[in-house]
Design a protein around this ligand. Structure first.
Ligand code: ZN
Length: 144
């Protein structure tokens, strides 16, 4: 009865290798969006996934002139700007900033309701910690 169990193990390893390969592929695809159009698509996707699609941005753009903020939004015309300082950062950090600004389209202030919305994004705490760390680095002016 050794053979069947060894076969099963081999099959198991094969499955694991396949899953790892698939995960690697996903990692590669999950780089931050590079174009404004990609950014808008990403924001719509995040709104659908975490905010029931209620935040409906009309434009989401990279902006280089944001020295002290990671992102900003203008609720009047539903436009969002994301700092180009985020470009080299992991996609889950960029996603957090997008979700943060999307939530501002629904709630302008940082009240409990706002953080409740943002908290639906599962990596919120991790991303906030990451950005605080980056902001604490002496060569950057950003404070969040
Ligand atoms: Zn905010």
């Amino acid at each position: 009865m050794l053979l069947p169990s060894r076969l099963t193990k081999a099959e198991e390893e094969y499955e694991i290798a396949r899953i790892l390969q698939r995960l690697e592929g996903r990692e590669r695809r999950s780089r931050p969006p590079s174009e404004d159009g990609e950014l808008l698509d990403r924001a719509r996707e995040l709104s659908r996934r975490y905010l029931d699609g209620r935040a409906q941005p009309r434009s989401v753009r990279w902006a280089a002139n944001q020295r002290s903020r990671w992102g900003s939004c203008t609720p009047d015309d539903a436009s969002i700007r994301i700092s180009t300082m985020l470009r080299g950062m992991p996609s889950w950090v960029v996603d957090y900033v997008i979700v943060h600004e999307l939530a501002h389209l629904l709630e302008p202030s940082h009240n409990a309701y706002f953080w409740d919305l943002v908290g639906r994004y599962p990596k919120t705490e991790r991303a906030r910690g990451y950005l605080e760390g980056v902001a604490a680095a002496p060569h950057l002016e950003a404070t969040g």
